[in-house]
Design a protein around this ligand. Structure first.
Ligand SMILES: Nc1nc2c(c(=O)[nH]1)N[C@H]1C(S)=C(S)[C@@H](COP(=O)(O)O)O[C@H]1N2
Ligand SMILES: [Mo]
Length: 160
């Protein structure tokens, strides 16, 4: 059922602001911020998160839901089986090496239903040059607001 990819894509995406979506998926993809804006419904989130060093940060983000973008890569589970979906993880990486993990269940409408976005705009400014930003409105802390996203790995948790 599950295929495990051996390694990350060897080179960084060459297009500005592009990122790879890869892992245990049937259709890995390289997407730009423009692709995110054109291919999916845009949602808006007004958020406040706390930075350990800079204090409370207020931003307005727009972009597609992470779960809709991720589903487009056809992860290696039967979409109708909740127990298969609940085994999956997503690891979101920034170009500077900062990365954060989410569970598939966290963003899945049948589980946590968190409206996590891949932002294409922050406070009205387009992120095409910088790269997309992960937006986790339910988080109190800012650490998972990964900016300048370069990769999203999707895969099943291995327990043995
Ligand atoms: N790529 C990347 N994204 C990152 C970080 C980072 O070090 N690298 N720091 C996180 C932390 S700790 C916080 S609080 C927020 C800060 O977001 P802001 O600069 O928009 O206020 O970005 C998050 N996203
Ligand atoms: Mo932070």
């Amino acid at each position: 059922m599950t295929r495990h990819s051996a390694a990350a894509p060897r080179t960084n995406p060459v297009r500005t602001g592009a990122f790879s979506v890869w892992g245990d998926v049937a259709r890995p993809a390289t997407l730009t911020v423009a692709d995110l804006r054109q291919g999916w419904e845009q949602h808006r989130a007004e958020v406040v998160f706390d930075c350990a060093t800079a204090g409370p940060q207020h931003h307005t983000f727009t972009g597609p839901l992470l779960r809709e973008v991720a589903a487009g890569t056809r992860p290696d589970f039967d979409p109708g089986r909740r127990k298969e979906r609940s085994r999956f993880l997503l690891a979101v990486s920034g170009g500077d090496g900062h990365h954060a993990v989410l569970s598939w269940a966290e963003i899945d409408a049948d589980f946590g239903d968190a409206p996590v976005l891949l932002a294409t705009r922050m406070d009205g400014e387009a992120l095409d040059e910088t790269g997309a930003q992960l937006v986790v409105p339910s988080d109190r802390c800012g650490a998972r607001y990964v900016s300048a996203v370069t990769g999203i790995w999707i895969g099943s948790c291995r327990t043995s």
